[in-house]
Design a protein around this ligand. Structure first.
Ligand SMILES: [Zn+2]
Ligand SMILES: [Zn+2]
Length: 267
C-alpha cells in the first residue's frame, strides 16, 4: 500500500500532519480545531477511526490545542515523551485533559510499532518542556518530521539525512525578522538555538547534505510575520542550485499555514 502525506495546517496558528496508507494512519500534532482536522481528513475519505495514534512533538499551544478533545472524542491514544504529556495536561490552552488510558509515554530513540509503521522520536532543541522530531519507517521508505527546530545539531542532522520524505522547518527569513517589528526579546528567543530555524540554515543544511534518496521536501512552520512562501522556496532552491544539485526528481514545496495541502502519494 502506498504511503500518503497530508498537511492539515502548518505554522504558529496551528499544526497537524497526517501520514498513512489506504486503510490506517497516524497524526502528528493537533494544534488546529478538532473540526478542521476532521474535515481535512474527511475530504480525503479518511475517518478518525482510522487514526491509530496521535504523536506530539512538544507542548506549545500551536501543536496541542485539540489533543485532549481528539483523543477523548475519538478514542485516539496520544504518544509523547513524559514531560510533553505532563505539559499538555498543565497547559492553559488544552481544555480537555488526557486521562491515563489515552497517555502513551514514549522514550526517544526507541521505535514504536503501529501496524506497519515503525515510529522513532529523536531529540530536537526547542524551548518547550521537551521537543522531538519523528522518523517513520514504512516498507523501504523513511519519512521525517522536524518542526520547531532551534538548531540542527548532530542528532537532528543524523535523522534529516536519513529521509526520503522530509518535513522540515523554514520558519523565518533573517533579514525580515531583524528589520521587523518583533521586540528584541522575542527576536532573541527565536534565534538563540532553542527557537526556530531560518530559511538559510535549512537551505544550507539541505544543500550540504543532499542525497539522491531524497524525494520530497516540505518546508513547514513558516512565520506569517517574518517569512513568505516564495522567499523560503527560493532560498532553498538557490542553495541547491548553487551546488549544482539536480532536483529534477525532488518535490520541493512550502506548506501553507492556514490551508490543507493536497494529499501526496509517496514513492
Ligand atoms: Zn510551533
Ligand atoms: Zn514550538
Amino acid at each position: 500500500m502506498a504511503l500518503k502525506f497530508l498537511s492539515l495546517g502548518s505554522g504558529s496558528s496551528g499544526n497537524s500532519y497526517f501520514l498513512g496508507t489506504e486503510s490506517y494512519g497516524v497524526l502528528f500534532d493537533a494544534g488546529l480545531p478538532c473540526s478542521q482536522i476532521k474535515d481535512g481528513l474527511n475530504s480525503h475519505h479518511i475517518g478518525l477511526e482510522q487514526i491509530m495514534g496521535l504523536f506530539v512533538t512538544h507542548d506549545h499551544a500551536d501543536h496541542i490545542k485539540a489533543v485532549g478533545a481528539l483523543s477523548s472524542k475519538y478514542n485516539i491514544p496520544v504518544y509523547a515523551t513524559q514531560p510533553v504529556l505532563d505539559g499538555i495536561n498543565s497547559s492553559f490552552f488544552v481544555r480537555e485533559k488526557l486521562d491515563a488510558t489515552s497517555r502513551r509515554p514514549i522514550e526517544k530513540n526507541t521505535p514504536i510499532q503501529i501496524k506497519d509503521f515503525s515510529i522513532t522520536a529523536f531529540n530536537v532543541p526547542h524551548d518547550a518542556s521537551d521537543c522531538v522530531g519523528y522518523l517513520v519507517e514504512y516498507e523501504q521508505q523513511k519519512w521525517v518530521l522536524a518542526t520547531d527546530v532551534g538548531l540542527i545539531d548532530d542528532e537532528v542532522g543524523k535523522h534529516l539525512k536519513m529521509a526520503n520524505h522530509l518535513v522540515i522547518e523554514a520558519n523565518y527569513d533573517a533579514e525580515m525578522l531583524f528589520s521587523g517589528n518583533y521586540p528584541d526579546v522575542l527576536k532573541e528567543r527565536i534565534t538563540n538555538g532553542k527557537g526556530h530555524l531560518c530559511n538559510s540554515d535549512t537551505a544550507n543544511f539541505l544543500a550540504a547534505n543532499f542525497s539522491s534518496h531524497l524525494r520530497n521536501i516540505w518546508l513547514c512552520h513558516l512565520s506569517g510575520e517574518n517569512n513568505r512562501a516564495e522567499l523560503a522556496y527560493c532560498t532553498v532552491r538557490e542553495a541547491l542550485d548553487f551546488r549544482s544539485i539536480n532536483i529534477e526528481n525532488v518535490n520541493l514545496v512550502t506548506l501553507e499555514r492556514a490551508a490543507p495541502s493536497k494529499m501526496y502519494v509517496l514513492e
